[in-house]
Design a protein around this ligand. Structure first.
Ligand code: GDP
Length: 302
């Protein structure tokens, strides 16, 4: 699976990789080249400060080594990128039953980032691990959202708890889903939520309430924030807003198949201290993979 992720990321339209490769293939790595490396990192959304720091570190290392061999410089860049993405973070998912109750996973994020799709794909991964999964459609705001989730449920063979009433209280749907999960001795209950960021106060109230109501029944084990990689730094602002409402335990970075802006991983982890745990690589049911630091950096560099 990781190998596949690696290959697919490398195949993906990775402008940054091609740029860096060309830049560091030059025999004369001078100030201009460093400027362009920095620009390439910025374009990939690695963020101003980390990009500057990385280039400074590289320059220093090149100076100390006295080496301008492009191969060596590339391998130094690789090492520094791996450090930046932080290979020490725990990226595992908390999806085991605990205290005789299912694990509860809350999926949050702005509309259109790929929340519902992610729930479907993740359900499929969990089912493949022999887990009994139940979905809760707490995005009651959009009429089509619950239907879309149920379609995904049917597709991957798991039941969906939803309300037939449009605009039903999201917290009560979440409550019913977790209650059903407990009764049916499910392993994992995954709750999809709405994401109307344009109404921040409403969103905070709603999400906070969903979480509180679930916690009357069971612990919330994972709160996964779904971010669209193609929105770059915008995703960071979304992450900040959501992290003010709930404690985010991990990020799912979607649409990484169509962008060279995956560097946002660095910025998010640095600013929020939350690891990217999963990545979305397409619209199909198998297009979700665990985030792999080495593969990610290879993809940036190749
Ligand atoms: P939600 O509003 O956050 O629930 O977003 P949806 O799950 O409805 O997804 C919005 C659109 O993004 C849909 O057309 C999905 O097929 C698409 N999408 C979701 N994840 C990915 C991904 O990883 N890659 C690509 N290319 N498209 C994705």
């Amino acid at each position: 699976r990781l190998q596949r992720l690696r290959e697919r990321l490398i195949r993906s339209n990775n402008v940054l990789g091609k740029g860096l490769l060309a830049l560091l293939s030059s025999d004369r790595i001078d100030e201009n080249v460093w400027d362009e490396v920095e620009e390439a990192l910025l374009l990939a959304d690695i963020g101003t400060e980390p990009s500057l720091e990385l280039v400074e570190t590289l320059k220093d290392r090149v100076k100390v080594m006295g080496s301008r061999n492009p191969e060596e410089v590339r391998s130094m860049l690789r090492e520094e990128l791996v450090k930046l993405v932080d290979p020490t973070l725990d990226r595992s998912l908390n999806v085991d039953r605990k205290g005789g109750k299912p694990a509860v996973v809350l999926i949050v994020g702005v509309n259109g980032v790929g929340k519902t799709t992610t729930v479907g794909k993740l359900a499929r991964v969990l089912v493949a691990e022999d887990k009994d999964v139940l979905l809760g459609a707490a995005d009651t705001f959009r009429a089509a959202a619950a239907e879309q989730l149920a379609t995904w449920g049917a597709r991957v063979g798991v039941p969906t708890v939803k309300s037939d009433i449009e605009g039903a209280d999201p917290a009560s749907v979440a409550f019913e889903a977790v209650k059903a999960g407990i009764e049916q001795e499910a392993d994992v209950v995954m709750v999809d939520t709405a994401g109307r960021l344009q109404n921040k106060v409403g969103l905070m109230d709603e999400l906070g309430k969903v979480k509180r109501v679930i916690e009357k029944l069971a612990e919330v084990d994972e709160v996964l924030l779904v971010l669209d990689a193609t929105t770059g730094q915008n995703g960071l602002n979304q992450a900040k807003v959501f992290s003010e409402v709930v404690r985010i335990t991990g990020i799912v970075l979607t649409k990484l198949d169509g962008t060279a802006k995956g560097g946002i991983v660095v910025a998010i982890q640095k600013q929020l201290g939350v690891p990217v745990k999963l990545v979305g690589l397409g619209e199909g049911p198998d297009d979700l993979a665990p985030f792999d630091v080495e593969g990610f950096v290879d993809a940036i560099l190749n």
